[in-house]
Design a protein around this ligand. Structure first.
Ligand code: ATP
Length: 773
């Protein structure tokens, strides 16, 4: 065989799949490499890593390595990219791509997964478009023979969007953007406290040359006073506009000012707006002691957030599926996320649409630039503007459309409850409604009435909720108690305080409470008002939604805990941690945390725990440690939901493992308990809280001025807001209660995440029960 003879193609549909990371690194890229490699191997394919991005492809040789299952161990929790990334000039030119094509064929690679930003994906698409021409040229130049290239006529390319900017069209999130947002929010939260102490103003510059996603989301999650994004530059009089808003906030009692500016910010004439310009204005015109903070590369780095690990994993798995599904006619896909759904979109179109945003900005067509961003971006932008509470007379509703809206928290605290309340309050003031805090849940109301001046019902001011964007817990107090404790008193309180609508933030109890009020309409007309439940619980078990605020904060707390456990084992090696998660009767948290940390096994209440399962997992551990050649420097993790079994507690499971390990491996158990509620809510929980809260009050508004009878007859007057698949929508409570709720087990009947368990198992190499020897 000549040295360049490619290996024979693999049998059947099996492929040789290479993965590379390219362009600027982003947290989560490693997770996608791990998922591609393991999913490929799981499907009988050969997996290759290309080192240093397209540079590795152009150089070939050892830069393209055949990799095994163990080579990507530990990748999931590492930031950056462990296989390297580069900006490769050679690949921009055809001769470079010709070398890359030859190097791939020499290794027998017939599919390429590229994880990078729009530049990297543009390169990938060009490569595929040129592929037939490159092959003919290789034959013409006698570098390969016609026979050698024959099995490689069709190159499959799949794109994964790894970028902190979240700048690719057609996907809601890119791998890395939420980790970067977390870095930014940590920094803004830190600056925030000192700004408050000294009554200072801070101008914070964040990344984003053509895309304002990071600046916008940072503004929404931290409750900034003003933001600058390239897609929607401020008007000609922006200097006055900004100072007016800032002064207004100060006059209302705010002690600090935060302005966030994307690095690509400009005015409508495309004149750059710089942080120092903004600083000068705030100092001179608004009379504020102002400082500038430029976050720079801090934003790129660090440990990936839970969401990015999950996104990277699911997208990596989907990329390999796309390779296996591909026919010569299939256009190259890019794997995208729409709300809660992984989808494939044509790579070419996604890249073309992304470029159009930059073109629209260049042409000063800002409406078009905003239109080209997804609907979610628009909604956040509107939500930010409305909730910054400057004078917006055009937003004020006429007197007869204004309402007194009760806001109540029910159940255990969850990250984002306060952010939701803050946004609802700010929105109410912008529209002329009066938000009314109902303190300490329904028991608070019930006690209040029987024992008067407890102050459980209070008209809120804009200022008191203003600083709640980043606060954990529940500022208005929350309680598990239900209105059925004393429905009559609750109705009386609603009547006395003229509560005309109800916004309920909480978990399964909140859902139950609103169900009780809905049924109580038959006897109490005080309940014939519009009511919305915003699901907020770490367990993510509220029917009518696939996502509850607080669940992302919980996942981040859990992965921090698990990463620490695993790291603690790096000295002793061969240690198994059995960790108990919360989640009630829902295995969501355990499963998604398992996906995000690469757990060896996850035990859920849905499956329960049997002796056979434990036996299988202990055997598996034994096999893994037996074959260990030093790769298992960190511990293994088993996650057990608190209700998975009445018999097998985490301590019992840990003891069983230790016993079986017989000195070859040991085990520990851990119960993070309330640690899982987290401290500061995650940016995702905060931004979604804002979006859902604004939408909820908008929904409530549609009932303003309607008669109680009409409200009662409209099933949309009592709803739960949530994400279902690729949509954010309101579902009528009555339907969800009757058709979608497992009341006994306090969870939805259909749990959308159930199939994720198979992915956790597949990626950890856990044998199926039926395969047990
Ligand atoms: P980031 O979001 O961090 O900017 P990116 O993927 O957009 O990531 P780029 O520097 O634009 O980063 O591209 C990375 C690499 O992709 C380039 O160095 C080059 O090798 C390749 N590439 C980019 N654009 C093209 C193109 N038009 N043709 C061929 N290759 C390209």
């Amino acid at each position: 065989m000549a040295p360049t003879d490619p290996p024979a193609p693999l049998e059947g549909k099996k492929r040789r799949i290479a993965v590379l990371t390219s362009g600027g690194d982003s947290p989560g890229m490693n997770g996608s490499v791990r998922a591609v490699v393991r999913m490929a191997i799981h499907n009988g394919c050969d997996a290759f890593c290309v080192y240093e991005g397209y540079d590795g492809l152009v150089q070939g040789g050892d830069m393209i390595k055949h990799v095994g299952w163990e080579d990507v161990r530990g990748f999931l929790s590492e930031g950056g990219t462990l296989i390297g990334s580069a900006r490769c000039m050679a690949f921009m030119e055809r001769p470079g791509r010709l070398k890359a094509a030859k190097n791939m064929i020499v290794k027998g690679i017939d599919a390429l997964v590229v994880c990078g930003g729009d530049g990297s994906l543009t390169g990938a698409d060009k490569f595929r478009a040129e592929w037939p021409g490159l092959l003919s040229e290789l034959v013409d130049k006698k570098e390969l023979t016609a026979e050698q290239i024959k099995p490689f006529e069709h190159l499959n390319i799949v794109g994964l969007v790894g970028s902190i900017d979240n700048d690719l069209s057609m996907t809601d999130a890119t791998i890395g953007c939420y980790s970067s947002l977390a870095r930014i929010c940590e920094a803004v939260d830190s600056v925030d406290t000192t700004a408050t102490s000294h009554q200072r103003a801070f101008v914070i510059e964040v990344m984003g040359r053509h895309c304002g996603w990071l600046a916008l989301m940072a503004g929404v999650s931290t409750g900034a006073d003003f933001i600058f994004i390239p897609e929607s530059p401020p008007g000609a009089d922006w200097q006055d506009e900004m100072c007016k808003i800032v002064k207004k906030h100060r006059s209302m009692g705010k002690r600090k000012t935060i302005v966030i500016i994307a690095e690509g910010a400009h005015d409508q004439q495309l004149n750059k707006i710089t942080p120092s310009q903004v600083k000068d204005l705030l100092t001179k015109k608004a009379g504020l002691d102002t400082r500038v903070t430029t976050l720079g590369h801090v934003q790129r780095g660090g440990t990936p957030a839970a969401y990015d690990r999950m996104l990277a994993t699911l997208q990596g798995v989907e990329a390999v599926k796309a390779v296996l599904d591909a026919t010569p006619e299939t256009p190259s896909p890019v794997i995208c996320m729409i709300e809660n759904k992984i989808v494939r979109r044509p790579l070419l179109e996604a890249v073309a649409q992304t470029k159009k945003v930059a073109e629209a900005i260049e042409a000063k067509d800002f409406d078009k630039a905003m239109d080209l961003r997804d609907a979610e971006f628009h909604e956040y932008w509107r939500a930010f503007q409305i909730t910054t509470a400057a004078e917006q007379p055009d937003l004020m509703l006429p007197e007869n459309k204004r309402m007194r809206i009760g806001i109540i928290h029910v159940g255990a605290p969850a990250g984002g409850m306060n952010a939701a309340t803050r946004a609802a309050v700010a929105y109410c003031f912008a529209r002329g409604h009066q938000p009314v805090a109902l303190h300490n849940g329904f028991p608070g109301l019930i006690r209040h009435h029987s024992d008067k001046p407890l102050g459980a019902v209070r008209d809120m001011t804009w200022l008191e909720a203003e600083a709640w964007a980043s606060k954990g817990g529940s500022e208005i107090g929350t309680n598990r108690g239900l209105p059925s404790e004393d429905l009559e008193t609750v109705a009386n309180v609603f009547g006395t305080y003229n509560i005309q609508a109800l916004f309920v933030v909480g978990g399964f109890e909140a859902f139950t409470a609103v169900s009780e009020l809905r049924k109580g309409r038959e006897h109490y007309k005080a309940f014939k008002i519009p009511m919305v439940v915003l699901p907020a619980t770490i367990s993510n078990n509220v029917p009518g939604t696939e996502y509850s605020i607080g669940s992302d904060t919980c996942l981040n707390a859990l992965i921090t805990y698990c990463d620490a456990c695993r790291q603690s084992a790096s000295a002793s090696r061969r240690r198994v941690f059995v960790i108990e998660t919360q989640g009630g009767e829902s295995g969501y948290i355990a499963t998604v945390a398992g996906l995000s940390i690469g757990a060896m096994a996850v035990y859920t209440p849905e499956d329960g725990i049997s002796l056979k399962m434990l036996d299988r997992d202990i055997d598996h551990l034994r096999d893994v440690f037996l074959q260990d050649k030093g790769q298992n420097r960190a511990g293994k993790i088993l996650l057990v939901n608190e209700k998975a079994s009445k018999t097998y507690s985490v301590s019992i499971i840990a003891d069983m493992i230790a016993e079986a390990g017989k000195g070859k491996f040991e085990s520990r158990h851990g119960v993070p308990g309330h640690f899982q509620q987290g401290t500061t809510p995650s940016p995702m929980d905060r931004v979604r809280a804002v979006r859902f809260a604004v939408k909820s009050v908008q929904h409530i508004e549609t009932f303003a001025g309607m008669s109680k009878k009409d409200i009662d007859e409209d099933d949309m007057s009592c709803v739960v807001i949530g994400i279902k698949g690729a949509k954010v929508l309101f579902s009528p409570m009555e339907k969800v209660e009757k058709k979608e709720t497992d009341w006994k087990l306090r969870r939805p009947k259909d749990e959308f995440w159930i199939d994720l368990k198979n992915i956790v198992d597949m990626l950890s190499g856990r044998p199926k029960l039926s395969e047990k020897k």
